[in-house]
Design a protein around this ligand. Structure first.
Ligand code: AMP
Ligand code: MG
Length: 357
């Protein structure tokens, strides 16, 4: 799985403009790429950084005078958020909240939970920040995978009622009102992070930058030569090929797919995006969903939510919210579809259906 992520990262680099570094991606080994830091100061050259955080490979690319300083601040922010949000790290805020059921939290954690709850309401429960007990039950948090028994599923499902997560703005206090409830921000944290990185870049006066957090991309402005960023959308069936390329600027491009994390038992694949209605891996008709939006957190949360919804509900949801995002869908039937707002910006070797309003 890690190898697959790295290949995806390299593929993305190839497409989003680190041409120099990834001209021969196959020859790059993971050890080198994790440790390599290219710090060029020439204004025309990109400054890049690669790191492993939030359980994934990340690459950051920035152009301009303050690029080096901006990347240092960006790395600091990633580490800070990783420390706050990691469910496995006993020092994290989320870990503390999950242990005690009530905690005053940082602005970042508060904002994430609040936004997650708003999206839970808006997606009719498809995106749910309270899925941790089920993630744990299936073994996705520990790696000790198992297919749960029906009684166990029912018991944990009862702990995922997000209406029992309450927030109190004044003290930034979060309460989990049912004992045993736990928060998991894995479906929104990377998009929130990439959004925060764009804010840092802007504060540093940058006008051209790109980050890829485990294949979830967000770009600032255009490339320095004025052309659009080219973001490759992964083909889940192939490490070498991709579904297509999206030309874009100032957007997050975030993909959810069952293929990103899963285990297999008796030839059945069980993946990490759970349907809050059933407690089982969502199996409603999508292989992958990519969301394109100016808002990184929204793009991340919606990639998960629309994957859970399946084509019928997801297309309807887009029609009602077409001002705030666009999407690229790959169905289990093998159909590739794209919403009309990005239809002209997306090129693919495959047949593509355009979803209109
Ligand atoms: P993503 O790759 O953005 O789709 O996020 C998947 C991650 O979100 C999983 O690994 C879980 O941590 C969490 N998750 C799983 N199912 C859901 C769900 N229905 N709503 C919100 N988060 C979820
Ligand atoms: Mg997501």
């Amino acid at each position: 799985m890690k190898k697959r992520k790295l290949l995806l990262l390299l593929l993305l680099c190839l497409c989003v403009g680190c041409e120099k570094r990834s001209a021969e991606p196959e020859s790059q080994n993971s050890q080198e790429s994790q440790e390599s830091q290219s710090r060029q100061t020439d204004a025309g050259e990109p400054v890049t950084s690669e790191l492993f955080a939030m359980d994934t490979y990340m690459s950051l690319t920035a152009y301009g005078e303050n690029a080096e300083e901006a990347l240092a601040l960006a790395e600091q922010k990633i580490e800070e958020l990783d420390e706050l949000l990691s469910i496995g790290n006993s020092g994290s805020e989320i870990y503390g909240l999950n242990e005690t059921g009530k905690a005053a939290v940082s602005q970042d954690t508060y904002d994430l939970i609040e936004e997650g709850l708003a999206i839970w309401k808006d997606t009719d429960g498809a995106f749910n920040v309270a899925m941790e007990p089920l993630m744990e039950l299936w073994g996705f948090t520990s790696g000790n995978y198992q297919i749960p028994k029906e009684e166990e599923l029912a018991e944990k499902l009862a702990l995922t009622d997000a209406s029992k997560v309450t927030v109190e703005e004044e003290n930034r206090e979060i309460s989990l009102e049912t004992e045993g409830m736990k928060i998991d921000l894995g479906g929104i944290a990377k998009g929130y992070t990439s959004e925060k990185l764009m804010e840092i870049f802007e504060e540093q006066g940058l006008t051209s930058a790109m980050v890829s957090l485990g294949g979830n991309v967000q770009v600032l402005g255009k490339k320095p030569d004025g052309s659009l960023w080219r973001v490759a959308i992964q083909n889940p069936d192939s490490d070498e090929a991709y579904l297509g390329v999206l030309e874009t600027s100032d957007k997050a491009v975030i993909t959810s797919g069952g293929y990103e994390r899963y285990f297999e038992e008796n030839d059945v694949v069980y993946h990490h995006i759970l349907d809050p209605e059933t407690g089982y891996p969502a199996d409603n008709g999508y292989v992958s969903v990519t969301i394109v939006s100016e808002d990184g957190s929204l793009a991340d949360a919606l990639s998960t939510a629309l994957f859970v919804m399946g084509p019928e509900k997801a297309e309807l949801y887009w029609k009602e919210h077409s001002d705030s995002f666009d999407a690229i869908f790959l169905t289990t039937e093998g159909e590739l579809a794209v919403t009309e707002g990005i239809a002209d910006a997306f090129t693919s070797d495959y047949e593509v259906r355009v979803i209109g309003k």
